[in-house]
Write a protein of this length. Structure first.
Lengths: 166, 166
DNA sequence: TTAATCCGCACTAAATTAGTGCCATATTCT
DNA sequence: AGAATATGGCACTAATTTAGTGCGGATTAA
């Protein structure tokens, strides 16, 4: 099944929540409070937040009163960023070279050649590359501005219009 | 990592090849010949073709001279169809209801409610739904017309333009 | 000093993906 | 009829990835 992992799912939720919280008050949000708020286990929540932090999407302060903050403005953080950090990137086909612009390290097989026996002559390599980039760009276009609460998209017309982009 | 399974990867290749072959001559394409052509194991290839056949994307005739054919015109078959059959559909978040328009059977958890503890009040449910549909529609828009050989997309301008769609 | 926090790592269990193989059935050709 | 060429259905195993837990250490504020 083509889908985000649970980690990415929850990661998106957490980032959206923090973005929203920072709107209201500039205080850090703790892992424990988020876990409680969304009925998630503390370990799992903490893990995801740590990954997001290491990935540069969040930053944190320790100690009492500490917690997590967005490291950029909500409209500068995209779903692609989150998926990149939490799911190890978007790479729609096994042939997709890993370079480009992802935060993941270079794979050994990066040089777009030896992903399969026939890569040189593969008749769908190029079209699939196009599809990969299409999805990647789409995910990059979806930022955390207005992502919380479904405040965007309540109006059926806006929904349709948003869908037609694609 | 967000990606198609190998099955889907190869399925796309196989469908593209058959589409192309039917262009040249209206004969069936055998699993064995495809396996050989693309250096795949016969079992694996056969398996994928069988799935595609059961999924209604291909049809087949048995016996000598038999093989697989497209059951629709190339421009009526999309990547979404293939992914649906081979990867069990597109369902970007764990909350995504399974209904819609997929060939997969209804899941037990379909009724868009009990995917997690907080589904009712989840602040990112609706935006994520939008993202799901965005990707689904994108995949539906990518058909097998001109998918073979990268004949489309060799021209840099066309590539850029294709990417800008998204 | 104590309690709240994040940090880093290591680990296990569950689920999914990947891939193989066998035997049955259908069709064609001789 | 019989041999050769094909797909169909099913069951199975191995590998990989995802999911999730847990602990002990470091940092900070009150």
């Amino acid at each position: 099944m083509l889908r985000f992992s649970r980690k990415a799912d929850y990661g998106i939720l957490l980032v959206a929540d923090i973005a929203h919280s920072m709107d209201e008050s500039p205080k850090g949000v703790s892992a424990a409070s988020l876990a409680k708020k969304y009925s998630l286990s503390k370990s799992f929540t903490a893990n995801i937040l740590k990954d997001l932090s290491r990935g540069g999407i969040l930053f944190s302060t320790r100690g009492k009163g500490g917690g997590y903050f967005l490291s950029k403005a909500p409209d500068e953080i995209s779903l692609h960023d989150v998926v990149d950090v939490l799911d190890g990137g978007v790479k729609m086909t096994h042939c997709t070279p890993s370079g480009s612009f992802t935060s993941a390290e270079h794979d050994a097989d990066a040089d777009s050649g030896d992903c399969c026996e026939i890569s040189e002559t593969c008749p769908v390599r190029s079209p699939l590359q196009r599809v990969h980039r299409g999805i990647q760009h789409y995910l990059e276009s979806q930022t955390f501005e207005n992502f919380y609460d479904g405040s965007l998209g309540k109006d059926p017309f806006q929904v349709r219009e948003a869908l037609e982009i694609v």
